[in-house]
Design a protein around this ligand. Structure first.
Ligand SMILES: [Zn+2]
Ligand SMILES: [Zn+2]
Length: 238
């Protein structure tokens, strides 16, 4: 019966691939079969233990990518589900810039196959990277909160907005690595009356990781409040 219902809905509201505009397929709900196949998943590929960045074309590599060792990241482990390219970029942009909540179902489908990530999330409190209040009002949503909720649902974990962004750091795209780090320092704080339990595991959630400066600033806020060693999970690595 469910099949008949969704078939009818598809007739009334045809789904087009958010990446290329072809009719969407069945593997993912908002991507055609070609784009679903081309989805740049990181699953099963050798990658950085902290940020999940795929070690592309490198024969012998350490556990951590050069970016993370330079950053001296304050978190203990991490993963990313996708590379920020092709259909992966369309998925991130659809959520971030167009508020396409409907894409979250496909995010859940992608996470479903990641037993390693689900294992990392088990029993954890997922903490979305917050937007500054002004930006949140402008945009009307925080895609990182949406993602944290989906990840928490899939993993049977909980999602809590423990952090606030105390400074509006603006867009970081034009900034270099050092400037991003400087710009983010002290930009996050714990919400009032929130208590951190040292025995509890925390996983920070963001849509995209680039230099890791934002997540590092969030990790610092949790560490300052007594968290043991937070982990990070992002949808894509740029
Ligand atoms: Zn497509
Ligand atoms: Zn890394």
């Amino acid at each position: 019966m469910a099949g008949v219902g969704s078939g009818l809905a598809d007739l009334l509201y045809p789904r087009d691939c958010v990446c290329c505009g072809q009719p969407a397929g069945e593997s993912l709900r908002w991507f055609c079969e070609d784009c679903a196949l081309a989805m740049p998943l990181t699953a099963g590929r050798p990658c950085c233990a902290l940020c999940g960045r795929v070690f592309e074309g490198l024969v012998s590599v350490g556990r951590v990518c050069p970016g993370c060792s330079e950053l001296k990241a304050g978190w203990g482990r991490g993963a990313t589900l996708l590379q920020y390219s092709g259909p992966g970029e369309s998925l991130v942009r659809g959520l971030k810039f167009h508020g396409l909540r409907c894409l979250l179902g496909d995010v859940g489908r992608i996470l479903h196959g990641r037993l390693d990530v689900l294992d990392m999330l088990r029993g954890a409190v997922l903490v979305p990277v917050p937007l500054h209040a002004v930006r949140q009002r402008e945009r009307g949503y925080n895609q990182s909160l949406w993602l944290a909720q989906v990840f928490a649902n899939e993993a049977g974990a909980s999602c809590r907005e423990l952090l606030v962004r105390t400074r509006d750091t603006g867009t970081q795209t034009a900034l270099g690595r050092e400037e991003r780090l400087k710009n983010m320092r002290g930009a996050f704080a714990l919400r009032q009356a929130v208590k951190i339990h040292p025995q509890q595991s925390y996983v920070l959630v963001d849509d995209v990781i680039t230099t890791g400066a934002t997540l590092d600033a969030c990790a610092s806020a949790l560490l300052r409040a007594g968290a043991a060693s937070p982990a990070v999970l992002t949808l894509a690595h740029a």
